[in-house]
Design a protein around this ligand. Structure first.
Ligand SMILES: C[S@@+](CC[C@H](N)C(=O)[O-])C[C@H]1O[C@@H](n2cnc3c(N)ncnc32)[C@H](O)[C@@H]1O
Length: 167
């Protein structure tokens, strides 16, 4: 059975799967591909923070913000200027390409932007933006904040250095 994002591809296939007893349990909300709350594992953030000294978290809630300076959904971090050393773990849904474009553009304007993203190397946003950065593929699968299991996808760190530094 072809399954995309945990869903059967058509009502007929879903019905057939049910008839054959091949139903999938709904993934935990945290593991839904549409979840926005993939909180960065503290040990990974600490290691990156020691290297880059972050000053801004542009996609956060007050509860999961990694820096004292942060933007929430109400602020809309996509519409705000970024500055300094930025740690970006964006929402992993349909807007991830917009976040990668924003990260790239803010680095052109002088910010250092370090992105924690799923290693979806076949996507347009990966080819258009992530591939232009310094990419560090993470070994194994991350266990995001509050999760009892590891993520069902690999992750990567993508670093966009400030244009002035790149020259
Ligand atoms: C993957 S979580 C990362 C949370 C945290 N920054 C971390 O690294 O653990 C993405 C966060 O972006 C927030 N978010 C969604 N849309 C946003 C927007 N337009 N502007 C700022 N934050 C947003 C979500 O509420 C969520 O907390």
């Amino acid at each position: 059975m072809a399954v995309v994002g945990g869903r059967s591809t058509s009502p007929a296939k879903r019905q057939a799967a049910r008839a054959n007893g091949r139903t999938r349990k709904k993934p935990h909300a945290l593991f839904s591909s549409r979840s926005e709350e993939w909180a960065t594992p503290p040990a990974l953030f600490a290691k990156l923070d020691a290297e880059f000294g972050f000053s801004l978290d542009p996609c956060a809630t007050p509860e999961n913000a990694k820096c004292s300076s942060f933007y929430t959904r109400d602020d809309d971090g996509l519409s705000k200027p970024w500055h300094g050393s930025v740690f970006m773990n964006p929402p992993y849904g349909d807007t991830i390409g917009l976040w990668m474009a924003k990260a790239w553009e803010e680095a052109r304007r002088g910010a250092l932007v370090v992105c924690l993203v799923p290693a979806r190397v076949d996507t347009a946003w990966w080819h258009d933006y992530a591939a232009r950065g310094e990419v560090r593929f993470l070994r194994g699968r991350l266990r995001f904040g509050g999760a009892v299991q590891s993520a069902p996808f690999p992750s990567a760190i993508v670093i966009f250095r400030p244009a002035a530094v790149l020259g």
